[in-house]
Design a protein. Structure first.
Length: 270
């Protein structure tokens, strides 16, 4: 029986964590057999942002959720930042009237992540940080309309004003991706400093030339762009498999599993 037990990894993050959700049916669909090491247990907190981690009394209770998971889990993935980079960065400037440069915003977010890592240190939980994805905000028209709609959903009468402000503030696709990659590099360094691990899936979803070489500057391949008015990757087999494969790789050669993280369904550990 021991060889059939699969280690459970708790995954906490924003709506982009939906791509980690798996069961045996999904795994067969994406081409994975049953000989796997880790199974994800996802706590998807829609709208979750790193800035919300600062407020212990946040309505999303994000900080509390992560701290409690760290006490009881042997392995955990924290996946935050996409909301901050694609929405929060603009919300603070368009709606709140603040002024930010991408480099300063990366440091602002990194400081929050540092506090989070310090807060869950010493629990015995092996933590991995997942970096943000390359942006789907690939054309200015799509990006401006999407962002203005989200930023003003509680005040639709100000949408035209928001679009006007975004015209001067909105980063183009290359600059937005550079923003994301700078954030990823920063939190990868933080992870190393705090004994945590880091991964992202961008090599798996980046645009490549006919020889298979990733194009520079790095950008999301068209095949993974959503057709819907959305900021998530397209929910394809490839995207789901990229997440699952990355999860299998990041926790190799880790320590013992806590008994509470193992359970069996129909004789197969999941």
């Amino acid at each position: 029986m021991a060889e059939n037990l699969r280690q459970v990894v708790d995954i906490v993050g924003d709506s982009h964590t939906m791509f980690f959700k798996s069961d045996l049916r999904i795994l067969r669909r994406i081409g994975v057999n049953r000989a796997i090491r880790y199974m994800p247990r996802v706590q998807q907190v829609n709208g979750a942002s790193l800035t919300g981690v600062r407020k212990y009394a946040s309505t999303l209770r994000l900080k509390e959720i992560i701290e409690e998971k760290a006490k009881t889990s042997s392995h955990m993935v924290v996946s935050l930042g996409q909301v901050d980079l694609e929405l929060g960065f603009y919300y603070r400037q368009v709606v709140k009237g603040e002024t930010w440069q991408p480099a300063d915003y990366v440091e602002f977010l990194a400081d929050i992540y540092k506090g989070l890592l310090e807060g869950i240190g010493g629990t015995g939980c092996q933590v991995a940080l997942k970096g943000v994805n390359l942006t789907v905000l690939s054309t200015r028209l799509f990006s401006k309309r999407y962002l203005s709609r989200i930023l003003t959903e509680k005040s639709p009468d100000t949408r035209a004003e928001a679009e006007a402000k975004l015209t001067g503030l909105m980063l183009g696709e290359p600059a937005q991706n550079a923003f994301h990659l700078a954030f990823n590099a920063r939190i990868a360094g933080l992870a190393a400093e705090h004994g945590a691990r880091y991964f992202d899936i961008n090599d798996r979803v980046a645009a490549r030339n006919p020889r298979g070489v990733i194009l520079q500057p790095m950008r999301l391949a068209t095949a993974h762009q959503p057709i819907a008015f959305d900021h998530h990757l397209a929910p394809t087999i490839h995207v789901h498999r990229a997440h699952f494969d990355a999860l299998q790789a990041v926790f190799q050669q880790t320590g013992a599993t806590k008994a509470a993280d193992l359970h069996v369904v129909d004789g197969v550990g999941v």
